[in-house]
Design a protein around this ligand. Structure first.
Ligand SMILES: CC(=O)N[C@H]1[C@@H](OP(=O)(O)OP(=O)(O)OC[C@H]2O[C@@H](n3ccc(=O)[nH]c3=O)[C@H](O)[C@@H]2O)O[C@H](CO)[C@@H](O)[C@@H]1O[C@H](C)C(=O)N[C@@H](C)C(=O)N[C@H](CCC(=O)O)C(=O)O
Ligand SMILES: Nc1ncnc2c1ncn2[C@@H]1O[C@H](COP(=O)(O)OP(=O)(O)OP(=O)(O)O)[C@@H](O)[C@H]1O
Ligand SMILES: N[C@H](CCC[C@H](N)C(=O)O)C(=O)O
Ligand SMILES: [Mg+2]
Length: 488
């Protein structure tokens, strides 16, 4: 595409050169720039992409999009705009042909349950024979094939390219997690959602959003964006959790139609008579048309919320209820979410991704509901992340476990012992064990476990690494636990 045609979609830009060069890709990383690239300079949190424009041009970039004049950059056209990130979202959408206008796209937001709900939706679509795409924390999937992602919700450029790839591969329906960071940073600008799903709203990410009000507004952007995008006359629908107060705010923020789900409050889609055991959960599904018994392999009341959200979104997408229920009943779980480690031991080991106060409380109260022996928890808190959740998580662990072992999660650039000090501030009146090394903590939990005890290893779920300093080291809770069971 000619640069001139591309940038004509921007309302306001300056250029000091001819713009009749041919653009064959858009890149925001100088290391990925190649002949024909339009290199977009992004001012990041760690470095400024403007400093890499020269490198991009050395790699062959045909043009540069920047926020300021770049001295000495004479060999290629430089397009100057006020906000390169915002401009990139527009240009990526144009360059890839507005792919989301051609997709049935569902966005899932909320503090907890996004990955789980997205997986359930993807499974329903693929079981119903649809060609399906999914983007989220664990990976991106196109027609069942997994691709690596670095963020739960990647940058606009990655997203639009991914959606174009999905269209090329015949994908009809796609589901994606939409994080509050992404909404705040404009990563999903230009995504034409048909359905936006809200799971729940509790404390997390206050390092970034600073307060709950700002965090709530960021989440609300997904609902504000519904029906407010580029083109088309598709019906837009917000799927809201009636039991969560935040839904009231999102109702005000959206012009779309609303479908509600819930357990406590009267909602369009409901679950009643919920029974939780260690083997699964049963309930009666109540829709405007009928009541149906449902028997899940997933455990916990919180799982019922995810299932209700996924049922709502897929019913609205035209999937028959019989097919939806069949999928829900067959789903064994999502990697790293309440995943059991079975190495022939006489006690239960569960690896879970609870890394917020609310998810930890949900996970532990669920475990307590069916525990016969002791509940042993292994809990840490991530470094370079919301410090205020540390004492809360420690207290929840100590209150809801017979033995709480505090350890490291991903310390990142923080001192692991300092993170543990923050946790300890929440448990002055409780007993707990400290094992700073995560492997030591898991091994200790397994050594002290007796018949019928349950160990919950929280926080890292599917992660196959531990970030210490800037190093990403191999670490998988499931493998470490299985080895420790073997050694015992
Ligand atoms: C704080 C934050 O969100 N950072 C994101 C940001 O990184 P950054 O600002 O540090 O980028 P940077 O390294 O300064 O680089 C700036 C620019 O220079 C470019 N560059 C850099 C080096 C070079 O040699 N050449 C070059 O061109 C980079 O490609 C980039 O365009 O832009 C990157 C590219 O899009 C993101 O991957 C990165 O997410 C980091 C990994 C991150 O941890 N983000 C978290 C906070 C996050 O976004 N989390 C939410 C999920 C939360 C949840 O679900 O709970 C998410 O959606 O993932
Ligand atoms: N609906 C829910 N309500 C509360 N807690 C939940 C819910 N669903 C899952 N959880 C808990 O939260 C953990 C994370 O779940 P999941 O990965 O689905 O959430 P997420 O929103 O995608 O998280 P992230 O923000 O890290 O991407 C689970 O391991 C479980 O402990
Ligand atoms: N998306 C979340 C994941 C946290 C996972 C936990 N293991 C941690 O490292 O804190 C974040 O980046 O804050
Ligand atoms: Mg997720």
């Amino acid at each position: 595409m000619e640069l001139k045609t591309l940038v004509n979609h921007l309302l306001n830009y300056k250029t000091e050169h001819e713009t009749n060069v041919e653009i064959t890709s858009i890149d925001m990383d100088s290391r990925a720039a190649r002949p024909g690239s339009l290199f977009v300079c992004i001012k990041g949190y760690t470095v400024d992409g403007h400093d890499y424009a020269e490198q991009a041009v050395r790699n062959g970039a045909a043009a540069v999009l920047a926020e300021k004049h770049l001295p000495g950059m004479d060999s290629v056209p430089v397009i100057i705009v006020n906000d390169t990130k915002r401009a990139m979202a527009v240009l990526a959408n144009v360059f890839y042909g507005y792919p989301t206008n051609k997709l049935h796209l569902i966005g899932v937001t909320g503090t907890n349950g996004k990955t789980t709900t997205s997986h359930l939706i993807e499974q329903v679509f693929s079981d119903a024979g649809k060609r399906t795409g999914m983007i989220g924390t664990i990976d991106m999937k196109i027609n069942g094939v997994s691709h690596k992602v670095t963020n739960t919700t990647p940058e606009s450029l990655f997203l639009q390219k991914a959606f174009k790839e999905m269209i090329d591969q015949g994908v009809e329906s796609a589901v994606m997690e939409v994080s509050s960071h992404a909404l705040d940073m404009g990563r999903v600008r230009g995504c034409d959602y048909d359905i936006a799903v809200f799971t729940n709203f509790t404390q997390d990410h206050l390092d970034y959003h600073k307060d709950m009000e700002t965090y709530l507004r960021a989440k609300g952007l997904l609902f504000a964006q519904l029906g407010n995008t580029y083109a088309g006359n598709k019906e837009k629908i917000a799927v809201l959790n009636r039991d969560d107060e935040a839904s009231k705010e999102f109702e005000k923020m959206t012009a779309a139609q609303i479908l509600t789900y819930g357990i406590e409050q009267k909602s369009d889609i409901m679950a009643k008579d919920i029974k939780v055991t260690g083997k699964g959960t049963s309930f009666t599904l109540v829709t405007p048309l009928e009541e149906r018994p449902v028997s899940l392999k997933l455990v916990g009341k919180f799982s019922v919320y995810n299932v209700l959200a996924a049922i709502s979104a897929t019913l609205l997408s035209g999937i028959p209820i019989d097919s939806i229920i069949k999928t829900m009943e067959n789903v064994k779980g999502v990697p790293g979410r309440f995943e059991t480690v079975d190495a022939g031991q006489s006690f239960t080991v569960i690896v879970d991704y609870a890394h917020t106060p609310d998810s930890l409380e949900n996970a532990l109260t669920t475990v307590k509901e069916f525990a016969v022996g002791k509940v042993i928890s292994v809990v840490g808190c991530g470094g370079d992340r919301d410090k205020t959740k540390r004492p809360l998580m420690a207290k929840i662990a100590a209150e809801n476990s017979d033995v709480a072992i505090f350890t490291s999660d991903n310390p990142r650039t923080e001192d692991p012992l300092a993170i543990l000090e923050d946790m300890k501030a929440g448990v002055q009146d409780y007993e707990y064990i400290i094992k700073p090394g995560r492997k030591d903590a898991i091994v200790h939990a397994i050594e002290i476990a007796e018949d019928n005890d349950i160990i919950l290893i929280a926080g890292k779920g599917h992660e196959t690494y531990q970030i210490i300093g800037k190093n990403v080291l191999d670490f998988d809770d499931r493998k470490v636990a299985a080895e420790a069971i073997g050694a015992k």
